[in-house]
Design a protein. Structure first.
Length: 121
């Protein structure tokens, strides 16, 4: 039952759902996720932590950058089923389409520059 509660909690926020959809094409750096959500880094960190604890995300550190990706086949069967449901439920959502376009722009920005801009905010 604890896993089900953790999954439900992770999926109960639009920001966290957006993060899952951001990561569908592949991994992103935290600074890119911050930029895409337009939220404070601390808020994004909390969202990522909840998603990771629920088993949706994997992370890796490369020098000063932290990257997140979907757990995919490494996720539990319950998380995999939940992710399939999220993808089906949100595949035609306007926000997801808008986010995909914004992510194309954001991933084209140098991460060093992106972090400098975010630090000035």
């Amino acid at each position: 039952m604890n896993e089900t509660i953790s999954i439900a909690k992770a999926l109960s926020d639009s920001g966290r759902l957006r993060v899952l959809m951001f990561l569908a094409p592949g991994e992103l750096c935290v600074c890119q996720i911050v930029e895409a959500l337009g939220l404070a880094p601390s808020t994004v960190s909390k969202h990522l932590s909840i998603l990771q604890r629920a088993g949706f995300l994997l992370s890796r550190k490369d020098k000063r950058w932290v990257y997140y990706s979907l757990a995919g086949r490494k996720a539990s069967p319950a998380v995999q089923k939940a992710m399939k449901w999220v993808n089906a439920a949100l595949s035609a959502d306007d926000m997801v389409s808008s986010d995909a376009a914004a992510l194309k722009r954001i991933t084209g920005i140098d991460k060093e520059k992106l972090c400098r801009v975010q630090a000035k905010r």
